[in-house]
Design a protein around this ligand. Structure first.
Ligand code: NAD
Length: 258
């Protein structure tokens, strides 16, 4: 069996991905705040370092696939730390363990929200690796209330999608034979969206921003199965892509503008 590290393994897309992999007989090491093999807070640098070290130890030093699902959508500054740095710094810390595999792969969960209005300044700070600066910008937005604070989420996902495209073709990833890609979901039915989708007004608001002409709201399996293919041995040449697996939301919103 292959050994996978799945972040956000205690809920939603991460939990479904971990279960589907286990059902296939693969070995899964889950990382989450609670209820996981490795309990760590990916919003902090120490949390990321400890999580990578502990997961590598549990994997006996060799990791075949990393699937990063952990994320939050709250209109708070921490969202940039979890969604961007909690993914990129963890992946980088796992590179030595991936190097021990004969078919290493990595995939992250971005979002169609990366297409929504965002803070270019925060995206640039994140891509420059400056967490202090990115947090300062995020705090400034969050202080203006939830409507403006929401910008932190699309900014974190825009930065993550761009990071994947930039890094995927470098010596560290492509040069080491590691496909690195992102999946961008539409509206997935998980605990993250449960409250919002629970009222007709909330659902109408979501649907206005995220049109899904193909099969409407999606189950976590629709994302999990793609993440599993991207990180499986069959994927030999798909790299640096942000795959919109979103019921047609991207095609509806962007049309020819790609
Ligand atoms: P979820 O809330 O069900 O699961 C997210 C998991 O991440 C939770 O188990 C949570 O504990 C974990 N997590 C949060 N902060 C963490 C931290 N600091 N350290 C470690 N773990 C932490 O949500 P989900 O819907 O499964 O979301 C998974 C990913 O998919 C997220 O990155 C989210 O942004 C993305 N996404 C979700 C949707 C959607 O509609 N649900 C749409 C687009 C993108």
């Amino acid at each position: 069996p292959r050994t996978y590290i799945v972040t956000g393994s205690a809920s939603g897309i991460g939990a479904t991905t971990a279960q589907l992999l286990r059902d296939r007989g693969e070995r899964v090491i889950g990382i989450d705040l609670r209820g996981a093999d490795v309990e760590a807070d990916l919003s902090t640098r120490e949390g990321r370092t400890q999580a990578a070290a502990k997961a590598t130890e549990l994997a006996d030093g060799r990791v075949d696939g990393v699937i990063a699902c952990a994320g939050i959508s709250a209109p708070i500054a921490k969202t940039i730390s979890v969604n961007f740095f909690g993914v990129t710094e963890l992946l980088e810390a796992l590179l030595p363990a991936l190097a021990q595999s004969d078919a290493p792969r990595a995939a992250v969960v971005s979002s169609m929200a990366s297409l929504q209005p965002n803070s270019a300044e925060m995206v640039d700070a994140a891509l420059a690796g400056d967490e202090t600066q990115a947090l300062e910008i995020a705090e400034g937005l969050a202080a203006q209330g939830p409507r403006v604070g929401y910008l932190v989420y699309p900014s974190s996902k825009r930065a993550l999608s761009r990071w994947v495209r930039r890094e995927s073709i470098t010596p560290a990833w492509a040069g080491a034979g590691i496909p690195l890609n992102a999946v961008a979901p539409g509206t997935v039915v998980t605990p993250m969206t449960a409250e919002l989708l629970n009222t007709p007004e909330g659902a109408a608001m979501v649907d206005a921003a995220v049109p899904m002409p193909l099969n409407y709201h999606q189950p976590p399996e629709s994302i999990a199965n793609l993440l599993i293919w991207l990180t499986g041995p069959e994927n030999t040449h798909l790299a640096g892509q942000v795959i919109y697996d979103d019921g047609g939301a991207d095609a509806s919103l962007r049309g020819n503008d790609i």
